[in-house]
Write a protein that binds this ligand. Structure first.
Ligand code: MRU
Length: 344
């Protein structure tokens, strides 16, 4: 794997610091649930599946740190770890999915010693990590069939290896198409305000020599109207039971444009991202991030001082604009409750 977003190093977790890419490539080290939660909040690690995997390791790290405590103190510390991690970011359901799997793993060995519970939780985190890569590969195999040779594919945000344990979801479909021998070129939306497209997607594509052209977010309509885009593929943070898709802010705009220009709009979506407990997109919690992200980038602010700012990090694309969800179990055309329910 060319990009190893997260890696286990003997007794601690290392994650690529995605805040500083591509200017700098460095790993940050983590040894507690609280520090991993901070890494998720600060976007050292981001992207729904990667957040889930990081949270699983956060639980495992805390169990390891507390393994010499009494049973009661261990149980209490672990409960706090789950709470702290669950509060790190609200929209990506993979976070809660991973925590639920870790909780079930804990419950199944609850009678054992703290030391063996810690070992079981680390094994579970490793399994979630490996499973994520396998799922992305399966989505890639299903999704690449939707792309014709020579396709020019627009993507928004980063749903690549950096957003997962490896291979990626939306970029995983593109990688799989390239591996199948197709000539694919990517058009990457810059993705204001955090610039996941310009910094992360563009970086991943350049690393692998997959042709990639960067545009600012407001250029997509122009390119579509000139016939320069054949398909759109994005990732998602949470899909509601009716097929509504929450993803990076600006995705909805792209979906509306795609429909206007009769361009297929695909969403690469592991089943762990579908939340059947949420009826429709309106019920998905949308994170509001700090105003500084909109004022400028890092320490350089260009917005007029004193202006009011909104910074919703995600938006919801109604199911009617989604051509298909690409899952590890196959492609679901025109997603709705009727065709999503049987997947579970
Ligand atoms: O705020 P981010 O960078 O965590 O948002 C990421 C996205 O919106 C991705 O498109 C989504 O998580 C899918 S990643 C496979």
């Amino acid at each position: 794997m060319k990009v190893q977003t997260l890696r286990w190093a003997n007794d601690h977790l290392e994650m690529i610091d995605q805040r500083v890419l591509p200017a700098e490539f460095r790993y940050m080290s983590y040894n507690s649930a609280e520090s991993v939660a901070q890494g998720i909040r600060d976007m050292v690690v981001r992207g729904a599946p990667a957040i889930g995997v990081a949270a699983a390791y956060g639980v495992a790290l805390e169990a390891q740190r507390q393994r010499n405590q009494t049973r009661d103190a261990f149980q209490q510390a672990l409960s706090i770890a789950f709470d702290v991690l669950a509060k790190s970011r609200p929209t990506a359901v993979n976070l809660f999915w991973a925590l639920q799997h870790m909780r079930s793993a804990w419950e199944s060995v609850q009678a054992e010693t703290p030391d063996s519970i810690a070992q079981a939780l680390l094994s579970k985190a490793h399994a979630i990590y490996q499973e994520d890569i396998a799922i992305n590969r399966a989505m890639g195999a299903h999704g690449e069939k939707l792309l014709k040779d020579g396709a020019r594919v627009l993507t928004h945000c980063n749903a690549g290896a950096l957003a997962t344990a490896g291979h990626g979801t939306a970029l995983g479909v593109i990688r799989s198409a390239v591996e199948a021998g197709k000539k694919i070129s990517v058009i990457a939306d810059e993705t204001r305000p955090f610039l996941q497209g310009a910094r992360l997607t563009a970086w991943e594509m350049v690393q692998e020599n997959i042709p990639c052209t960067l545009i600012t977010d407001n250029m997509a309509g122009h390119l579509m109207s000139h016939g320069d885009i054949d398909a759109v593929i994005v990732g998602t943070d949470r899909v509601a039971a009716n097929g509504d898709v929450a993803n990076k802010i600006g995705t909805y705009m792209v979906a509306v444009l795609a429909q206007r220009h009769k361009i297929p709009f695909y969403v690469a979506c592991p089943l762990s991202t579908i939340d059947m407990s949420v009826a429709c997109g309106r019920d998905i919690p949308i994170e509001e991030r700090h105003a500084d992200e909109v004022k400028g980038f890092r320490d350089h602010h260009w917005a007029a001082a004193g202006v009011a700012i909104r910074n919703p990090a995600f938006d919801v694309t109604p199911a009617e604009l989604v051509t298909a969800l690409i899952t590890e179990k196959g492609v679901i055309h025109a997603p709705n409750k009727g065709n999503l329910q049987p997947l579970f």
